[in-house]
Design a protein around this ligand. Structure first.
Ligand code: ARG
Length: 582
């Protein structure tokens, strides 16, 4: 265990138990990073009431136990001081930090443990709609979901990706008829190019104005529902072309989704009748105004009336809720999920909580399985409205990503690289910038899409972190040293070395926190702080410069090698590509 916060928590708990009795052994010592020391523990204040003693006195007693003044146990890995109304200021010893860093140096995982009890984590993300354009909202659920996939796989959990494509429903009647009208080849070309929206609008216009087309489209819905072979052949042509476009976006982004992860709405079609029957038979769903509905407890409308979760409309049709009930049953019963993550827009919060409540009622979501809505906030334009183009039409994602690359190329224009290297860097920086913008803010908060801000080389941006790794690599290149060979030993002289070393110990906890709470922005914040600490280190701690003592140089190179491993692994877990040079 190298996480200082955990180590200190354990030590203070032991001191609490020794001083005040075993019942305090699990009290939270409230260890936090501090301005005045490495950490502070605030537990004395909260305990003083319960113990009916002055907080400073309580703090002093804990401090005495910790520093061994009262004679027990192992030496404390630092010093403790009581300050103010009863804070415990804790400073770790350089020896202890050095020892922990030495341990991390021998660990290719930089301290991140593999989970002793792997879980099956089913992650629903991306999920664009075939009949419409993939928009920046889908971009964000794709990017956040993929980061969660990466972190769970790194920890050794079994991850099942589920791309819940919107690939079924009544609009497909007119989409298929339009395909027949314009010809398979033309349709495929248009869809592959990402013109799904224009395609949809053309079909829709005919549906609204041309009675004959309208009749054909409706008839087509019937043969689609019946999965009649010729209709299914046409549906496949439409879907395959559409998916090829989605795949272009995934490839461009470096997202790990493949065709094998597609589990769209169509996949659940054959299960829906049974879903409804089963719920009705068990009295979980009841007929209300002709529709089949679940009324999960605790959900009420404005006048206090119970809210329906409608799983079959009065015309007999199934909807989004029906399919989602089926996703839960399938993922728990067939995929054997321990944990379900639905990475979906925050606007669907009510749908998701009614879904979980209904599934719990049905017994399809047992208590030991957790179901979590990872709410994705909207991406806004500079006008504060949903992000679109300047002219107000929605933007084509591949165009947007291409623009990110062009702008990234401009950022590195001055550098002296050949064409191929330049293109590689522009790609990594462009995609890194876009992805990091989605990941560095809380996944449920809105933010304004702004190329200039996300591509900046300073501040909390993807390019800043990429640059931090490239800069370390360039030192190793210049010195002709392989980072794998930079093994120290570590000696902490300058405060900037100490600060960097201490920071590196926080990597594993940041990774675990991200996985546990589905909070990529916490890992992003940690990486940004690490890169900032590194910047200070550079200012004060020359490495290759003449006159630097060999032992100091060896130690600094080892710190840099470990920092590179931490930043590189961390960025990889977020799905941010890391260029060798920049
Ligand atoms: N296709 C939906 C949309 O674009 C998202 C589907 C999310 N997944 C789910 N199981 N409901 O809004």
């Amino acid at each position: 265990m190298t996480d200082p916060q955990l180590v200190l928590t354990e030590r203070v708990q032991q001191a609490l138990a020794a001083a005040f009795g075993a019942e305090y052994a699990t009290a939270d010592p409230l260890i936090r990073p501090s301005q005045f020391a490495d950490y502070q523990a605030n537990v004395a204040m909260s305990l003083s009431k319960r113990l009916r003693r002055a907080p400073r006195e309580v703090a002093q007693e804990i401090a005495d136990r910790l520093s061994g003044a009262s004679g027990e146990g192992r030496p404390f890995p630092g010093t403790v001081e009581v300050s103010g109304p009863g804070f415990l200021n804790i400073t770790l010893s350089d020896d202890w930090i050095t020892g922990q860093v030495a341990e991390l140096l021998t660990d290719p995982r930089a301290g991140v443990p593999e989970t002793p009890s792997p879980q099956t984590v089913v992650i629903d993300y991306s999920a664009p709609n075939a009949a419409k354009e993939m928009h920046v909202g889908h971009l964000r659920t794709t990017i956040v979901g993929d980061a969660l996939v990466r972190v769970h796989e790194h920890l050794g959990n079994r991850v099942v990706r589920q791309n819940h494509l919107g690939d079924w429903g009544t609009p497909f009647g007119m989409l298929i008829e339009h395909l027949l009208d314009i010809g398979e080849e033309a349709a495929v070309a248009q869809l592959e190019a990402g013109e799904g929206n224009a395609y949809y609008q053309a079909a829709r216009a005919k549906f609204d104005s041309d009675p004959e087309f309208n009749r054909r489209a409706r008839a087509r819905v019937v043969t689609l529902q019946a999965e009649e072979p010729e209709t299914m052949r046409l549906w496949h042509i439409f879907m395959d072309a559409t998916v090829r476009y989605f795949n272009k976006v995934y490839t461009q982004l470096g997202v790990t989704l493949t065709d094998a992860d597609i589990a769209g709405e169509s996949m659940y079609n054959p299960m829906l009748a049974q879903v409804c029957d089963e719920l009705q038979e068990h009295g979980i769903a009841v007929i209300s105004d002709g529709a089949l509905c679940v009324f999960p407890p605790g959900f009420t409308g404005r006048e206090g009336q119970p809210l329906p979760f409608m799983i079959r409309k009065s015309d007999g049709g199934y909807g989004y809720a029906t399919t989602d009930m089926a996703t839960i049953r399938y993922r728990v019963q067939d995929l054997k999920a321990d944990r379900l993550l639905y990475v979906i827009g925050a606007t669907q919060a009510l749908h998701m909580s009614m879904l979980y409540a209904s599934a719990r009622m049905a017994g399809w979501l047992p208590d030991h399985v957790s179901a979590e809505h990872v709410q994705i906030g909207s991406v806004l334009g500079s006008d504060g409205k949903m992000f679109k183009t300047r002219s107000g039409e929605s933007i084509k994602l591949l165009d947007l990503l291409a623009e990110a690359e062009t702008r990234a190329a401009a950022v590195i224009a001055e550098r002296d690289y050949d064409e191929a290297t330049r293109a590689e860097i522009a790609h990594a920086v462009g995609m890194g910038a876009v992805k990091y913008a989605d990941l560095s803010v809380g996944h449920d908060s809105e933010y304004v899409f702004d190329f200039d801000r996300m591509l900046a080389l300073t501040g909390n941006t993807g390019p800043y972190l990429q640059y931090a790794t490239a800069r370390i690599r360039s030192i190793f290149r210049k010195g002709g040293i392989d980072p794998a060979e930079a093994t120290g030993p570590i000696v902490l002289g300058h405060p900037a070395e100490r600060a960097l070393a201490l920071r590196l110990l926080g990597f594993a906890p940041a990774v675990l926190e991200m996985a546990e709470g589905s909070v990529p922005h916490k890992l992003a914040a940690y990486l940004f702080e690490t890169a900032s600490t590194l910047t200070t280190f550079y200012e004060h701690c020359p490495v290759l410069k003449e006159g630097v003592e060999p032992a100091t140089r060896a130690s600094r190179l080892a710190l840099l090698a470990l920092t590179l491993r931490v930043l590189g692994t961390g960025l990889d877990l977020l799905g941010i590509p890391v260029p060798e040079r920049m």
